[in-house]
Each structure stands twice: as structure tokens, then as C-alpha cells.
Design a protein around this ligand. Structure first.
Ligand SMILES: Nc1nc(=O)c2c([nH]1)NC[C@@H]1CN(c3ccc(C(=O)N[C@@H](CCC(=O)O)C(=O)O)cc3)C=[N+]21
Ligand SMILES: [Mg+2]
Length: 286
């Protein structure tokens, strides 16, 4: 039976968005309206949903937004030309090119083409470098959302053992850096880690980003540990599953995120927060 506290990403997200909305109203009076451009190449159904959610979030918050839907066979050259155009548009403060891109397009070339000041995904090498150094940067959205959710539990990160499963550039690596920034002691596990359970069972905070449905069950978890599930796996049944087997894990864990309704909504909220920050910087207001 689940006795664990469920961390509602939806609820935390709504609270943050309410604050962002208030700030946007104040900025509008100063002639600053945050603008986000979302670029989608091809017709991946999951991407369509995310892009729609992002456009809706913009509308709810009073942002200006543009959605550019390009054919799956769009050339890299044409995509880069659009990015350059958006870099030059003063009504656009944030640019997000939805990943993954079709195989004939080199993702790195596209990410590198986005102005670091408009890189609201936090994927550009300049922003990644600033994150590593600890300088001001636009933080990657999912990792920033994970930290917000942990903060929301009220559980102190400083001095705690945080274990991250996964070492991707978009989640595992940056979330490890952010946890360190919060003074946690961080262990990173990945597919070649030999004694994974031994490590995860020592975790006061466990962040799971492996991309495998229901990979982590109760046997990985120290009683009372905070568990953050970054996984979004679409099952054959059409249902969404996390990387954590919630039913099992929540019998031993402390506060734990569900999927859906956990990290996902926070990712979009952090995107909005980054776009607002980029807009303020562009207007010399931050
Ligand atoms: N350049 C780029 N930046 C991204 O941030 C990016 C991307 N590409 N490609 C795809 C992934 C995935 N992603 C999600 C965002 C929100 C939810 C989300 O809102 N999930 C809801 C459920 C949505 C549903 O029902 O499918 C939830 O977990 O409650 C999920 C996934 C952003 N991504
Ligand atoms: Mg989630």
C-alpha cells in the first residue's frame, strides 16, 4: 500500500506559473512581453503533444509565441536559416527546437546555431559550460524542475547522498551538477555500473532518468528516500509509465513523483521561467 507522500508536479507547477503570470503582467506595463518560438520538424505524435502543451502554457501566461511546423524532409540548411532568423527577431526571447530531429539533420549544428541568450533549453555549449563553472546560465528545464520538486518537499539537500541513474546530456549530467550545487554528495550510475542497487540503496535522494519503463522498484530504495522519476515511456497500451515502478517503490520511499503529473509539467514551467528571464535580460530588466 502506498503511504508515501506524492509530490504533485502539477500542483507545484501551477503555483510557480501563478507567480510567473503576476510578473508577466508587471512587465507588460514596461513594454516587455516574453516571446517563445518552438520549432518542430516532422510529425512525431509525442512531440506534437509537448509542442501543443508549450504553446498553451505561453497563452495562459500572456507570452507571445510562434510555433513553426516544418516537414520531416526539411533540409538542415533551411532549419539553420530559420534559427538565424529567430535569433534576429526582437519579439522572440526563447528558441526551442524540439528534439529528436530527423536523422539527416545534425542536432549539434542546430543547438550551436541558437544564440546562447535565447537558448531556453540550456543545451548550448556556452550555457552548459556556465552550468559546470557555476556561473549564471539558462538552466536546462527538466533538471531545474527536478531541483524545484525536491525543494518543495522541504527536505534539505545539503550533506545528503543523492544518486542519479542516467548520464545523458539533457538530464543525468546536468541534474548531477545542480544537486552538487545544492551541496548534496552525488553518485552517478549508468548502464555499466556494476553494483547499482548497492549504491541506490544508500541514496537519500534518488533521481531516475534511464528511459526504461518501471526499471526501479522497491528493492532499489532506502526507506524514506525522496524519489524523482524523470522517465516518460509510452507503453504499447498507450499508457504513460515512468522509469520507476510507482506501486512498488512507494511502499518504501518517502516523497515520490508520479508519471504523469510529476516532472513533465515542471519541465514546461521551467521553460516558461527561462523565457521570462531571457526576456528580462533582453530588456535590461534583470
Ligand atoms: N528541445 C527539446 N526540449 C525539451 O524540453 C524536450 C524536447 N526537446 N523533446 C522532448 C522532451 C520531452 N519533454 C516533455 C515535456 C513535458 C512533458 C509533459 O508535460 N508530460 C506530462 C504528460 C504529457 C502526456 O500526457 O503525454 C506529464 O508528465 O504529466 C513531457 C515531456 C520535453 N522535451
Ligand atoms: Mg513525470
Amino acid at each position: 500500500m502506498t503511504t508515501a507522500q506524492i509530490i504533485s508536479g502539477k500542483q507545484v507547477s501551477d503555483e510557480i506559473r501563478q507567480n510567473l503570470k503576476t510578473e508577466v503582467e508587471g512587465l507588460a506595463a514596461q513594454g516587455c512581453v516574453p516571446g517563445l518560438a518552438v520549432v518542430l520538424v516532422g510529425e512525431d505524435p509525442a512531440s506534437q503533444v509537448y509542442v501543443r502543451n508549450k504553446a498553451k502554457a505561453c497563452e495562459d501566461l500572456g507570452f507571445y509565441s510562434e510555433v513553426h511546423r516544418l516537414d520531416a524532409d526539411t533540409s538542415q540548411e533551411d532549419l539553420l536559416a530559420l534559427v538565424h532568423k529567430l535569433n534576429g527577431q526582437t519579439d522572440i526571447n526563447g528558441i526551442l527546437v524540439q528534439l529528436p530531429l530527423p536523422e539527416h539533420i545534425e542536432e549539434k549544428a542546430v543547438i550551436n546555431a541558437i544564440s546562447p541568450e535565447k537558448d531556453v533549453d540550456g543545451f548550448h555549449p556556452v550555457n552548459v559550460g556556465n552550468l559546470v563553472i557555476g556561473d549564471d546560465s539558462l538552466l536546462p528545464c527538466t533538471p531545474a524542475g527536478v531541483i524545484e520538486l525536491i525543494k518543495h518537499t522541504g527536505i534539505e539537500m545539503s550533506g545528503k547522498h543523492a544518486v542519479v541513474i542516467g548520464r545523458s546530456n539533457i538530464v543525468g549530467k546536468p541534474v548531477s551538477l545542480l544537486l552538487q550545487r545544492e551541496n548534496a554528495t552525488v553518485t552517478m550510475c549508468h548502464s555499466r555500473t556494476a553494483n547499482m542497487k548497492e549504491l541506490t540503496r544508500q541514496a537519500d535522494i534518488l533521481v531516475v532518468a534511464v528511459g526504461r519503463a518501471n526499471f526501479v522498484d522497491a528493492s532499489y530504495i532506502k526507506p524514506g528516500a525522496v524519489v524523482i522519476d524523470v522517465g516518460i515511456n509510452r507503453l504499447e497500451t498507450g499508457k504513460l509509465a515512468g522509469d520507476v515502478d510507482f506501486e512498488s517503490a512507494s511502499t518504501v520511499s518517502g516523497p515520490i513523483t508520479p508519471v504523469p503529473g510529476g516532472v513533465g509539467p515542471m519541465t514546461i514551467t521551467m521553460l516558461m521561467k527561462n523565457t521570462l528571464l531571457a526576456a528580462k535580460r533582453a530588456h535590461g530588466l534583470s
